[in-house]
Design a protein around this ligand. Structure first.
Ligand code: UD1
Length: 430
């Protein structure tokens, strides 16, 4: 099993290319199930989650080619992938595949919309809370779907003649359930109104792609999305937007290690809230022609309190990374997690490096320390893992991050990108 060894102490200087967003690529790939024409996606990151979803989609009848070649011959950045699903080969998404990645549950929307039925295993995914699927099911029921849960599977059936437009108000913001309802509604009969929809940039990106495919969508990026169903969708060509979580992660790495790095191919509007917080913490951030420049030279790290919120608030996917940064601040910072109930697994691991963190309910109190010291640590989930890398960059000596398969799910060539900027980070394969 691969591990990552970090020798802390170096500043970061140079350029880091930002990949296409994992959280946009996944729903965009799933949208290929909605049409018998070819959907071409550019700027698709090379990540374990993407590879797994390719397998899952293949099971449903999606043929794909990567940069004109078969998938396993490619290894380049920014891949272009062509997806064609002439007919749905199988409307069942089995436990063996869905349990490995929660987002694969989202195939339920397109399968139901196009074929009138879907049998999808209840999901697994990161161990960051119970993460139920009640909102998905309620939303699909509002479009007329019959839902039955049997033997760990959700059996969903559309009425004769297909799904019908409806109105659904989310009691709580859900990114995944918004994606699913949006996709399902594109092929429903009549108009659907989604209230309290997720406003994340990835929802907007999916809506843009669906619109290029012929869908009629208004309001994506606001809390109310209106979709007028169409009989069928066509193919399209779409470029995946830059990864705002990867952007924020490297920005925090620079704030932690010090230095001067340009994050290429990204933009500030994707993460205004997190960048504002980083500025308060002492980083200088400027927009450049090619992306964002992050500088921290000489000055210390200031403590800042944050609370995670749905977009446009501070993202839960950057909470662990920000906590790593706060372990070195000059005071006390309170970090409150409101999206997932069990997203503090990195606390124990950061403590192994010498961080002083106490937990009280959903709030972590982080008392900055003058130095961290390298130690072996365990990656527990995707974003928690990278927080340990950030801490390792500023820790004295060697930090060994075990179980890095979590990192490979969501960060493309992390060690290469950091090494290019002067960090000492290497992958160790046993
Ligand atoms: C997506 C992101 C993930 C991010 C999260 C919140 C992808 C692939 N993943 O996950 O990186 O951390 O948004 O920004 O895009 N919930 C319910 N019932 C449901 C659905 C959700 O109670 O039916 C709850 C969840 O348990 C959680 C909250 O709603 O507490 C938000 O979850 P949601 O926005 O759905 O997260 P994901 O779409 O799974």
């Amino acid at each position: 099993m691969d591990r990552i060894r970090i020798t802390g102490g170096n500043q970061l200087n140079g350029t880091i290319p930002i990949s296409g967003a994992k959280n946009a690529a996944l729903p965009l790939m799933i949208a290929s199930l909605l049409t018998s024409d070819t959907l071409t996606l550019e700027n698709v990151p090379h990540l374990a989650d993407v590879e797994l979803l390719l397998r899952i989609l293949g099971n449903h009848g999606v043929d794909f080619t990567v940069n004109g070649r078969r998938e396993n011959q490619s290894g380049s950045y920014a891949r272009t992938i062509h997806f064609t699903c002439r007919t749905i080969a199988d409307t069942t998404a089995p436990y063996a595949l869905v349990s490995k990645m929660r987002a694969s549950f989202w195939v339920i929307g397109p399968l139901l919309a196009r074929e009138g039925r879907a049998r999808v295993s209840l999901p697994g995914g990161c161990a960051i809370g119970t993460r139920p699927v009640d909102l998905f099911l309620e939303g699909l029921q509002a479009l007329g779907a019959e839902i039955e849960i049997d033997g760990g599977y959700v059996n969903a059936t559309a009425p004769k003649g297909g799904l019908t437009g409806g109105r659904y108000t989310f009691p709580k913001v859900s990114v995944g359930a918004t994606h699913v309802l949006l996709m399902a509604a594109t092929l429903a009969n009549g108009t659907t109104v989604i209230e309290n929809a997720a406003r994340e940039p990835e929802v907007v990106d999916l809506a843009r792609c669906l619109t290029s495919m012929g869908a009629k969508i208004e309001g994506a990026g606001t809390s109310t999305i209106t979709i007028e169903g169409v009989p069928s969708l066509s193919g399209a060509r779409h470029r995946v937007l830059p990864d705002r979580i990867e952007t924020g992660t490297y920005a925090m790495a620079v704030a932690m290690a010090g230095g001067d790095v340009t994050l290429e191919g990204t933009n500030a509007t994707l993460l205004d809230s997190a960048l504002g917080t980083l500025r308060q913490a002492g980083a200088h951030i400027t927009e450049t022609e090619s992306g964002l420049r992050i500088v921290r030279n000489g000055n210390g790290i200031q403590p800042v309190d944050i609370t995670t919120e749905p977009f446009p608030g501070f993202p839960t996917d950057l909470q662990a990374q920000f906590m790593a940064l706060m372990t070195r601040s000059s005071g006390v910072s309170n970090i409150t997690e409101t999206i997932f109930e069990n997203r503090f697994m990195h606390v124990q691991e950061l403590a192994r490096l010498g961080a002083k963190i106490s937990l009280s309910g959903q709030t972590a109190r982080v008392e900055g320390v003058a130095r961290l010291k390298g130690a072996p640590v365990m990656a527990t989930d995707l974003r928690a893992s990278v927080s340990l890398v950030i801490a390792g960059l500023a820790a004295e000596g060697e930090t060994m991050v075990n179980r890095v398969y979590h990192l490979d799910r969501g960060f493309e060539r992390l060690e290469e990108k950091l090494t290019r900027c002067g960090a000492v980070v290497e992958r160790v394969s046993d």
